[in-house]
Each structure stands twice: as C-alpha cells, then as structure tokens.
Ligand binder design. Structure first.
Ligand code: AOF
Ligand code: ZN
Length: 349
C-alpha cells in the first residue's frame, strides 16, 4: 500500500511486525510450562526491525526482555510490538514495563490485554511513564495462539485435544495389530505440527506397552524439535523399563491413575496447559465419557479394514439419539504425496 502520512506508514510496519511477533511466539514446542506464548519485535522510527525476541518457557526471560537484550542501546526511541500487553509484576522475572521504560522505548503496540490478574496493569504504567501505548492489533490471532493458556486461566485444567488417525471404518489398527500406515505421509507431518503446538502428549499404558511409541516431535524435514513436549503415560499397569518412552534425557511421566480428571489435575499442577491424547481406544473413551475432550483432530484415510482395533472403545451409547456430534470447525483434504491417496482432516469441538 502507498501512504502519504507517517502515521499510516508506521501502522503498516507495526502490522508486519505483529505478524512476525506472532510467528516468533508460535515457535513449535514452546513454551514448556504454564506461561503464555509471547513474541516481540522492536522497530525503529524508519520502520526497520532492530531486534526480535520470544518467550521460551516459565522462568526464562519474557519476550520483551529477550528482544531488548538483542537490541542493546539501539532500543532507545524504538517501538516495541508485542503479542501480549507487557507485564507489570515481579514474578519469576522482573516487570517488562520497567525494562521497556529503562531502555528508552517510545511506543508500545500490543495485540491482547493481559488477562492474568497478577501481571496486568502494564498499559497504565507505561502511559504514566510517558510511553505511547496502543492495544488490539491482530488481537484475534494472539488469542487463538494462546487459546490453551486462556482456557487454563478460566477452567483450571489443561485444554485437551484428542488426535486420531483412522480408516474409513474407524479402525486404528488391523486385526493383527499392525498400523503402519493407515494415514498418509502428509497426515503424519501434519500430526507432528500438531504435537509441536501442545506441551504434553498423553497415551495409555496399553498403547505404551503394545505400540512402544517414541512420541518425539519432528519437523517437516524429519529432524527432532529442539523443544519437545512432555510425554506422559496414564494407567495403573507397570511399565517395562525397556520402553522407548522411558529412554532419553526426559523419560515419560507415569500417571498412576485411570481417572481422566485426576490425571489432568496432576498435569495442570505440573504446569501443563495443552494435552494431546494420542491413544489408544480405552484412553480416548475414558476422556470422552468424562466430557474432558475439548477438541478432536481426526485424520481419516481411504482405507478399509473391517476387523481391527477401533479408534475408540465403547462410549456407552446405545441409540443413535445419544450419539456424540461434535461441531466441525474445519474439514480439509490433505494433499497426498506422490504415489499416495489423500486423507481428510476434520477439526471438531
Ligand atoms: C511470559 N512471557 O513474554 C510475557 C509474559 O511466570 P512469570 O512470573 O514469568 O510471569 C508470567 C506472566 O507474565 C504471564 O502470565 C503473563 O501475564 C505475563 N507476561 N509472560 O511468560 C512473556 N510477556
Ligand atoms: Zn513481562
């Protein structure tokens, strides 16, 4: 767009900056812990990007401080574009309002107000320090990015996404237990991107023992992510020490309960805000029966198995009138890789 006034030129730059800040905030695998996803871009008066920053998880510097550290003296007179209203409290780190003021930042643009009562108040404090403040830029995107964190503030438990990959007839494995592969490579890459957006991957003891999955997250090129979500196994059954889930620097957490509510409470206390249910049918059924599935991501493949393991165990639904009918938010045909057929992805709430 061509603009004549300085104000509108600045506003284009700020919108671009906010897009970038949202991307930074959404870096796959972060944050690990109870904090929101936050990104920050510092731009100078000519509209050039001075520095970028993002938050990497509880106890690490906030996005604003991360960006200010990268900018050094060049932050003087700059505009800070942040996805969340800067905090005004001393928690695990100091208040960002102070850091921004001390660095000589002149203007702050944020996407969403801070809903966390202990940290809010940044807008007023910055204004009192003579800094120009503007809120609400790309607010909806910022809220979407932090949907699980926002959910946790109001519900006091993690947001739960159930992921399933199934054949046309709802099977997640053939009669002999083999399941590689029902869904195509495109679905599997998409599922890894989904794993990169949660902080916990949860399976039942049955799946842990029978499938022996690693549940690590890889990017589109197949490389493991630097920030891996927590892996957790739920159920009373003992786990053999040789399982893949129990290897590595951070072995899986074993929740010795069969009660979904109790497992979620334990995970919430451990700072978890978004749990991905990855299997198997008993675990999925337990969460569905308890009303503790908030979102379903289903990959449906053009494959027929007839017999085999059902994607979900008995839900106690006897009649069609009692069927669960989640609302479809999105239905996408995932473009197939060469030599493969397309799958359909349904996102439901
Ligand atoms: C973050 N990262 O980049 C910003 C946050 O856990 P604390 O003490 O570090 O404080 C977390 C609160 O700080 C968080 O709930 C939010 O209200 C505010 N801003 N938090 O983790 C950030 N800017
Ligand atoms: Zn802060």
């Amino acid at each position: 767009a061509s603009h004549t006034s300085d104000a509108s030129v600045t506003s284009d730059v700020e919108t671009e900056g906010m897009r970038r800040a949202l991307t930074l905030a959404g870096t796959p695998g972060v944050p690990l812990g109870p904090n929101p996803r936050v990104g920050c871009v510092l731009v100078d008066r000519a509209g050039a990007v001075i520095a970028e920053g993002y938050h990497r998880g509880a106890g690490t510097p906030h996005a604003e401080v991360d960006a200010l550290a990268a900018a050094g003296d060049r932050a003087r007179g700059a505009t800070a574009v942040v996805t969340l209203e800067p905090c005004d409290h001393t928690g695990r780190t100091g208040p960002c309002t102070q850091a921004l003021t001390r660095a000589g930042v002149q203007r702050v643009v944020y996407a969403m107000a801070d809903p966390n009562p202990v940290a809010s108040g940044g807008r007023t404090t910055l204004q009192a320090a003579g800094i120009e403040v503007s809120g609400g830029l790309l607010e909806q995107q910022a809220r979407e990015l932090n949907a699980a964190w926002l959910f946790g503030l109001t519900h006091g438990r993690p947001f739960v996404t159930w992921k399933l990959a199934a054949s046309l007839d709802g099977r997640s494995a053939a009669a002999d237990g083999t399941s590689r592969w029902i869904s195509g490579a495109a679905s599997r890459r998409d599922a890894h991107r989904l794993r990169g957006r949660v902080d916990t991957i949860l399976v039942g003891t049955e799946t842990a023992v029978v499938d022996d999955p690693a549940l690590t997250v890889r990017d589109d090129t197949g490389r493991p992510l630097e920030h891996q979500p927590l892996r957790a196994v739920m159920g009373e059954r003992e786990l053999p020490a040789g399982l893949q889930l129990l290897q590595g620097a951070k072995p899986a957490l074993h929740l010795r309960t069969r009660d979904p509510g109790r497992a979620l409470a334990e995970l919430f206390d451990a700072g978890r805000r978004h749990v991905l249910l990855e299997g198997g049918p008993t675990l999925a059924a337990a969460f569905l029966r308890a009303g503790l599935v908030d979102e379903i991501v289903a990959y449906l493949a053009p494959v027929l198995l007839g017999a085999g393991r059902s994607a979900v165990a008995d839900l106690g639904i006897g009649a069609i009138g009692n069927a669960l009918r989640p609302e479809v938010l999105d239905a996408t045909v995932l473009a197939a890789d060469p030599g493969e057929q397309p799958d359909v992805r349904l996102i439901m709430r």
